[in-house]
Write a protein that binds this ligand. Structure first.
Ligand code: BG6
Length: 508
């Protein structure tokens, strides 16, 4: 892995949760593995007036939670961590920031390279880049140092706001400087979909409408909205998970092989998929999309509140905490193949997986006279947890007759031995430091996804009669999600095993 050029990483929103829980631990892990630049400083920026030392102490407390982290390493890492308090909405305040950056750049020999990470509330996404420009911080330094901007999700609230945000950002930074993060793209197992498809000869010939019956993608979470009720209630499952993470997985499964493995080539192919998403007509929304909201329940003996009783959620909220949809990709490879996505909070377990369902045999040879449990061949790509890949097929049960049973051929990442699967943020931060945008979303891709999502959200807003089904917390969402399948007997894959008394657990 290439070591990036010396640089300063500036995190706006440094007092937020993401900085503490994800960004600093990811940077520390990169440091531990010797992947950070030779000279590297991190500057946290936020409104609260705390000192460098206080900031370091907060981050130390977080890093020490990881029992594997050696204190000595933490101390060395924290030496290059700094803090600057400014009101990010006030242009004059950026003079302080600039002065501080120049000092740090000089003392750490960071070569004028600066990565600005926007981890603030989204209303500041258009503001901060404008302020950086006002102080000339968006442009390369005279010594040729680069400037890059990472923008956290949510990237827009709908198509219009995403386009507006792109337009604003592009006034101050060029597309090559902008990195729109989708942390799912940094997940090792999502990247592995590319390796599975494009480094093996056996799957690609089957990877099309002639052999694939349908594709199913699940992003299930056991937790509720926790402390994020305010954010979530404005967002809902479609904006929070489908518009970005799960459509990115769908595109990784559906894209054509790029000619080369590079940021433009890979993203061009993905954008073609997004642009081929068949828009769901208003009158079809209730047929193709099912929304739900969790109601109070008891999970493993514990009472669980309804979504409407969660902190910062209005008691009459109509926000969906579950969504399931059927959609099509109108191109030569996928014409007529239904794709299904399902995602929700307070489902029985946390699991993300994609299932490729292959066509059944044209004739069931053994069905008449023998016991047959043929099912369809499935390739299950488990993104988390118990990361791995499982291929299911029918096999003759040893003994008399031809009794067919479903068996599995599987690979678990854990079989590779004690290999740490890196956190998504590690990979993405490192790529950005190296100037590689392959695993970041591009403006046209984000807009194409919103273009597909907007009609669903509009239909819900304009037609309150479209039902919002309740589902008891801890179940797999409303029963109505099953009617998205065309054929009797087809259903979602239920990936977990039931353990009496111990709830569900999720092995591949
Ligand atoms: C975030 C969503 O983008 O992804 C959260 O805002 C969700 O609501 C999270 O819980 C899921 O990410 P992961 O990596 O835990 O699957």
């Amino acid at each position: 892995m290439q070591k990036p050029a010396s640089s300063i990483i500036v995190i706006f929103g440094a007092s937020g949760d993401l900085t503490r829980r994800k960004l600093i631990p990811a940077l520390f892990d990169l440091y531990r593995q010797n992947f950070l630049p030779e000279n590297c400083a991190v500057l946290g920026v936020s409104r609260s007036t705390i000192s460098d030392e206080q900031f370091r102490k907060r981050m130390r407390d977080e890093l020490e939670k990881d029992s594997g982290a050696e204190r000595k390493n933490i101390t060395v890492f924290l030496k290059n961590l700094f803090y600057q308090s400014i009101d990010t909405a006030v242009v004059a305040e950026y003079a302080k920031l600039k002065k501080r950056l120049l000092e740090i750049d000089r003392s750490c020999h960071c070569g004028g390279n600066m990565l600005f990470y926007l981890s603030t509330p989204p209303n500041l996404y258009p503001v901060i880049p404008a302020m950086l420009e006002a102080h000339g911080l968006n442009r390369s330094a005279e010594n040729g140092g680069w400037r890059r901007l990472i923008v956290e999700k949510p990237f827009g609230y709908d198509l219009a706001s995403a386009m507006e945000l792109n337009k604003t950002l592009l006034k101050y930074f060029s597309e090559e400087q902008i990195y729109r993060i989708d942390h799912y793209l940094g997940k090792e197992t999502v990247q592995n979909i590319l390796a599975l498809r494009f480094s093996n000869g056996i799957f690609e010939p089957l990877w099309n409408r002639n052999y694939i019956h349908h594709v199913e993608i699940t992003g299930a979470e056991a937790l509720g909205v926790e402390q994020r009720g305010g954010y979530y209630n404005r967002s809902g499952a479609v904006r929070d998970m489908v518009q970005n993470h799960l459509l990115q997985i769908a595109a990784t499964i559906a894209m054509e092989p790029p000619a080369v493995f590079g940021a433009d080539a890979v993203r061009n192919e993905k954008v073609k998929v997004f642009q081929a998403l068949r828009s769901i007509r208003t009158e079809d929304v209730s047929k193709q999309v099912v929304r739900g909201q969790y109601t109070a329940s008891t999970i493993r003996g514990e009472k669980v509140a309804a979504y409407r009783e969660e902190k910062d959620v209005p008691p009459d909220s109509r926000t969906e905490t579950f969504v399931a949809l059927r959609f099509y990709i109108d191109n030569w490879r996928w014409g007529g193949v239904p794709f299904f996505i399902r995602s929700g909070k307070r489902l029985p377990t946390r699991v993300t997986e994609a299932v490729i369902h292959f066509n059944r045999t044209p004739h069931s040879l053994f069905a008449d006279t023998h016991s047959v449990n043929e099912g369809d061949n499935q390739l299950i790509i488990r993104i988390q947890p118990d990361e791995g890949i499982l291929l299911k097929f029918g096999m003759k049960r040893p003994g008399a007759g031809f009794n067919i049973e479903q068996v599995g051929m599987d690979f678990h990442y854990s079989d590779l031995g004690p290999i740490d699967i890196p956190e998504a943020y590690e990979r993405l931060l490192l790529d950005c430091l190296n100037g590689d945008g392959t695993l970041y979303a591009r403006a046209d891709g984000v807009e194409a996804c919103w273009k597909f999502i907007d009609p669903i959200l509009n239909a819900w807003r304009e037609n309150p009669d479209i039902p919002l089904y309740g589902y008891p917390a801890g179940t797999w969402g409303p029963q109505e999600a099953n009617r998205l399948f065309d054929n009797p007997g087809e259903d979602w894959r239920y990936p977990c095993k039931n353990l009496t008394g111990d709830g569900e657990y999720c092995e591949l």
